[in-house]
Ligand binder design. Structure first.
Ligand code: PBG
Length: 328
């Protein structure tokens, strides 16, 4: 019996070619930023237990790793340094001979503009307190901290970084860093701020990887509460007023609403950081055979793009780029 239906949405799903033609959201390697950990004093690649397939690298391995990432056509890396010395004020974060500065110079001299070099600007790996700012009288001193964050950004710019990525969530960090960079004549160094970085339990595997667990208290006095979407939007708006180039929402998967809202409200590039806990959950379930890692990863990263992210910082960058290459 013929039934007349003018709406048959399944028509555009009848075969793969048609589905490809009408695909709305596409993930490409150009969407990916690959995080890289480099540790001072290390002699060989060292796995991170809570993040299978992720390693901390000695400086001697950095160029090999960047070559691998660049061969996969990933356009950018985000460097995190782990110093051998910590002190109260995080001095090792802005030394000319600091681990991240050395890594940046090495990558810049070997790759030039072939890959975008981004670097984390924060204090928690470098302070004995494990906090993202400088502790004074048992409190995180905002204005003292942004002076140091500015020194870190300028030292990274001197080493050749393309994009600095402040993640400390101190008030005024973007304008202070912009001013510092401009005064030191680094007008072309961009700022990708962790604008709405939430106080989240999704960061714990990273804290193992980067040795930056707070030694007292928590990060609730500076990171955004996950209950406050309006406040997250105020953080984004403030960073834009302060001259940020790219804003970031972090974490990604539980925060897709905020990625979408940021894209809808503001006319700036939006990045999403799919953090260590998101990665670890997928890896753990996949290792049990409970989910299919590649399919889940593909779906998660597409959902982050669908929400509105222009780029995704993800520990799946390399595996995802391999999948994209195999399927194209
Ligand atoms: C440090 C920093 C953290 C992350 C990125 N930069 C940890 C934190 O705030 O405790 C987390 C990234 C991840 O979990 O992948 N400021």
């Amino acid at each position: 019996m013929t039934v007349f239906r003018n709406k048959r949405l399944r028509r555009l799903r009848i075969n793969e070619n048609i589905r490809n033609l009408v695909q709305e959201v596409r993930l490409t390697t150009n969407d990916l930023v690959c995080p890289v950990f480099v540790q001072e004093g290390l002699t060989e690649r060292t796995p991170v237990d809570s993040m299978p397939a992720i390693e901390r690298l000695p400086l001697s391995e950095i160029s090999n790793e960047i070559q691998n990432i660049s061969d996969l056509k990933i356009p950018a890396v985000m460097l995190f340094g782990i110093p051998s010395q910590k002190d109260e004020t995080g001095t090792s974060a802005f030394l000319e001979e600091g681990i991240v500065q050395k890594a940046i110079s090495e990558v810049k001299s070997n790759f030039g503009d072939k890959i975008v070099i981004m670097a984390d600007v924060c204090l928690c790996q470098y302070t004995t307190s494990g906090h993202c700012g400088i502790v004074k009288d048992n409190k995180i001193d905002n204005d003292l901290s942004i002076e140091t964050l500015t020194k870190i950004a300028v030292s990274q710019a001197k080493a050749g970084v393309h994009v600095v990525s402040p993640s400390a969530m101190m008030d005024g960090q973007v304008s202070a860093i912009r001013k510092g960079l401009d005064e030191a004549d680094f007008k072309d160094v961009s700022i990708m701020s962790h604008s709405a970085k939430h106080s989240s339990s999704f960061y714990s595997p990273f804290r193992d990887a980067a040795e930056c667990t707070p030694q007292f208290g928590d990060r609730k006095t500076y990171q955004v509460p996950f209950t406050n979407p309006q406040e997250a939007m105020r953080e984004v708006a403030t960073d834009i007023e302060e001259g940020v180039d790219i804003v970031m929402i972090k974490p990604a998967l539980s925060y897709l609403d905020l990625i979408a809202e940021t894209k809808r409200r503001f006319n700036v590039p939006v990045s999403a950081y799919s953090v260590s806990g998101e990665y670890a959950m997928v890896k753990a379930a996949a290792s049990q055979g409970w989910i299919k890692e590649d399919e889940i990863t593909n779906e998660i990263l597409h959902s982050i793009k669908r929400a509105g992210a222009d780029m995704i910082v993800t520990y799946f960058a390399k595996s995802c780029a391999r999948l994209i290459q195999d399927n194209s």
